[in-house]
Design a protein around this ligand. Structure first.
Ligand code: HEM
Length: 375
């Protein structure tokens, strides 16, 4: 940390004007991050639960089936995670370029490593999708390795996105190791923040299983009921754990930043309140749904509430970043020159792209039981 009263050196704002109003770019950043994190949760949580199913499948053929079934969906979900990650990456560079580039340079090597880790994990997930049934032993080991790799990627992301918002740490880090072999391990929020994301992924992975159960409800009832119980319970346990991890995260924040969720910032406080109440409601509704074997209650009710909770958390995360950067970041410093000729075109293509993507997922049959096939 630098000595009190000394402002860290921050690169100057890019003199190029923003191509659209600041609030539009901010909205797009939050929306696209939300989509990215939903896909990441489904992918990482799905892979984690497939692994649990594999590890507990001895003498339990239904667990073996869950492993094969869920592992087949993971490559598609990883593709969605990457594609939906590119959009917020662009917006974060436009709005927070000076901060994001600096932290990325400080931890250049781990950041570069993400590409290699991603390719290896992708390869592994494909191997498991195609060989899960034929070679469950080897596929289980490969799934474990690939899951560890994507978890490592998430860890590198949390390091970078915490480092970018703490300019006070930059100089010491640079002078201690200017080679780019840095992480942000001394930040007390790092581990709880990371665990908050990972625990959420397991909960959302549980919802993936519930949705898969819904798609099989009519034609494969016995298996679907088992899948529903397995996924629903995973959701419940992970969301209960989230209360502990969330409290840890909250108390790890510096006091002035924590207070934005407790009245200092009305939007952050409202999002926090809705998020906590929503999580409680989701746990309660899931236990009702499991007790009554009501798959629609879980697949629509709990999934809907959870989608709202994650949206609230995404907005809170953005409020928190701006609170961290408050001493340095002043959006009114940006010159804005809206490119009206291009901007509507961008929006049209953006919305069209999302619709096309949904149509594609439907055609591809993400929730069907047959693809990718090894038979
Ligand atoms: C495949 C494995 C991936 C995992 C597990 C993952 C996970 C995460 C996590 C946990 C965060 C939040 C970090 C934090 O705030 O502490 C995050 C943020 C982000 N990720 Fe990913 N990610 C993955 C891949 C990608 C890829 C390939 C891209 C880009 C092409 C990407 C783009 C982003 C961006 C831009 C943010 C931050 C957006 C913002 O600050 O508003 N991610 N990711």
């Amino acid at each position: 940390m630098i000595s009190p009263g000394v402002m860290p050196a921050i690169p100057t704002v890019d003199p190029n004007p923003l191509p659209a109003p600041y609030w539009v770019l901010k909205l797009l950043l939050v929306v696209t991050f939300y989509l990215h994190i939903l896909a990441m949760n489904l992918m990482l949580g799905g892979a984690a639960l497939a692994l649990v199913a594999r590890l507990t499948s001895k003498g339990n053929p239904k667990r073996g089936r869950i492993f094969v079934d869920v592992a087949r969906k993971v490559p598609t979900l990883l593709a969605a995670t990457i594609t939906l990650g590119i959009a917020p990456l662009l917006f974060v560079q436009v709005i927070y370029g000076q901060y994001f580039y600096t932290s990325t340079i400080l931890m250049a090597w781990p950041w570069f490593l993400v590409l290699a880790l991603l390719v290896a994990a992708y390869y592994g997930f494909y191997y498991v999708a195609y060989n899960g049934k034929r070679r469950p032993g080897a596929a289980g080991v490969v799934l474990f390795v690939s899951l560890a790799l994507v978890m490592l990627i998430g860890f590198i992301y949390t390091n970078n996105f915490t480092l970018m918002q703490t300019p006070g740490r930059w100089a010491a880090k640079y002078f201690a190791a200017s080679s780019g072999w840095n992480l942000n391990l001394a930040d007390p929020t790092l581990i709880p923040r990371y665990l908050h994301f990972m625990t959420a992924a397991v909960a959302v992975g549980g919802l993936l299983l519930v949705l898969l159960a819904l798609a099989r409800w009519k034609h494969d009832r016995e298996y679907a009921e088992y899948l529903f119980q397995f996924g629903g319970k995973a959701f419940q346990y992970a969301t209960m754990t989230q209360f502990l991890v969330g409290i840890w995260f909250l108390i790890s924040l510096p006091r002035n930043l924590r207070m934005i969720f407790m009245g200092d910032n009305p939007v952050a406080t409202a999002m926090f309140g809705i998020g906590v109440l929503g999580a409680l409601a989701a746990i309660f509704l899931m236990s009702e749904a499991l007790r009554k074997q009501n798959i629609r209650m879980a697949a629509f009710g709990v999934t809907g509430i959870t989608a709202v909770v994650i949206l609230c958390m995404s907005i809170m995360r953005d409020n928190l970043r701006d609170a961290y950067l408050k001493p340095y970041f002043h959006p009114n410093q940006f010159a804005v020159k809206t490119q009206w000729a291009v901007f509507p075109l961008f929006l049209g293509i953006f919305v069209g792209g999302i619709i096309l993507w949904l149509v594609m997922l439907k055609r591809y049959g993400l929730f069907n039981s047959t693809r990718p096939t090894e038979e």
